[in-house]
Design a protein around this ligand. Structure first.
Ligand SMILES: Nc1ncnc2c1ncn2[C@@H]1O[C@H](COP(=O)(O)OP(=O)(O)OP(=O)(O)O)[C@@H](O)[C@H]1O
Ligand SMILES: O=P(O)(O)OC[C@H]1O[C@H](OP(=O)(O)OP(=O)(O)O)[C@H](O)[C@@H]1O
Ligand SMILES: [Mg+2]
Length: 296
């Protein structure tokens, strides 16, 4: 099975680190720029441009692809389940949570374009012509779309366009270029995309489960502690555990009181508060550890 991942740019490193955390360690080889084996002999990684990855998956050159929803939407149809897929659609299997950005319509702060309606018979420059045309159709505005391959923010200042559709996340680039957001066009983040023909296959499901287990572990901590058996109910009340904590009998303390070891998964935001509450109900030897993966 082949997974296409970004070969460079801002999505490259986080995607490799996700593969690593998912247990799909990518082997170092001479050809690593193009493709690489993983610890799983059935899984190969292809390194491609973020914008080309949807095409690799649609074509079947890769079974799975990791890239931004913006890129997939630009290249064709995207559906949530294989049953909904028309010819050439990709299945959006999982939101991987990084690369969050928006495609927005923006125009010069001091210009004459204040609403999308003002764009009628004017020009929009973008790296995303298909998404932009779909958007203009949706809002019923007839404007020309000019395709550029970068530095889109420049075009309104050199009279190439009256507005742009471009990626924004912090808003800094738009601000520096004195452009104001007029409308949101598409919310994007990095997704795991699949060719509809491979969804449900055992290897794809295995990769999906591994990625899901990394996401499930994010923001969670594993707590371990000892507690007097007679305080167990109080300890359980404190821990908002995943399906309740795991409880094991351990040796009695020096006074012969029954003791238990309690393990639980908790939200990292609750750890600080939970520890003091656990101590106050008699827990001792409290350990907090990170979780690499969590298969629910
Ligand atoms: N500022 C941003 N914040 C968050 N995500 C972003 C941002 N810019 C881009 N992205 C996401 O990353 C994807 C790839 O962008 P990136 O800049 O890494 O690639 P690129 O510009 O196509 O790379 P290159 O041209 O170097 O191949 C975008 O399609 C989008 O999903
Ligand atoms: O809202 P902001 O946080 O300013 O981010 C938006 C900018 O980020 C991306 O460019 P990138 O940094 O990837 O450079 P690139 O044009 O070389 O792709 C995008 O094309 C915008 O220009
Ligand atoms: Mg970029």
């Amino acid at each position: 099975m082949r997974i296409a991942v970004p070969n460079k740019g801002r999505l490259h490193e986080p995607t490799l680190s996700l593969l690593e955390r998912a247990g799909l360690h990518v082997e170092e080889t001479a050809d690593r720029q193009l493709y690489a084996d993983t610890v799983d002999e059935d899984v190969t990684v292809l390194f491609a441009r973020a914008a080309d990855i949807p095409e690799y998956v649609r074509d079947g050159a890769a079974d799975l692809g990791v890239t931004g929803l913006d890129q997939a939407a630009e290249s064709g149809g995207v559906v949530d389940a294989p049953g909904e897929a028309a010819d050439g659609d990709l299945v959006d299997l999982l939101d991987l949570g990084y690369g969050s950005c928006k495609l927005v319509l923006a125009a010069p702060e001091d210009g004459g374009v204040l609403t999308v309606e003002d764009l009628a018979d004017r020009t929009v420059a973008t790296e995303f012509p298909n998404v932009t045309r779909d958007y203009l159709d949706r809002v019923g505005v007839d404007a020309d779309v000019v395709t550029v391959t970068g530095a889109t923010e420049l075009t309104p200042h050199v009279d190439m366009a009256d507005a742009i559709v471009d990626i924004t996340s912090t808003g800094t680039t738009l601000k520096v270029n004195r452009l104001a957001v007029i409308d949101d066009v598409l919310d994007s983040s990095v997704r795991l995309f699949a060719n509809p023909d491979v969804v449900g296959g055992p290897k794809v499901e295995q990769v999906l489960t591994a990625f899901e287990s990394v996401l499930a572990a994010d923001g969670r901590r594993y707590l371990m502690m000892n507690a007097p058996k007679k305080r167990l109910d109080a300890v359980k009340d404190v821990i908002p555990g995943l399906g309740g904590p795991t409880v094991m009998d351990v040796e009695a303390d020096e006074n012969g009181n029954g003791m238990v070891a309690v393990h639980a998964v908790v939200d990292e935001r609750d750890v600080f508060e939970t520890i003091s509450e656990l101590r106050s109900v008699g827990a001792t030897g409290i350990l907090v550890t990170e979780i690499e993966r969590l298969v629910e």
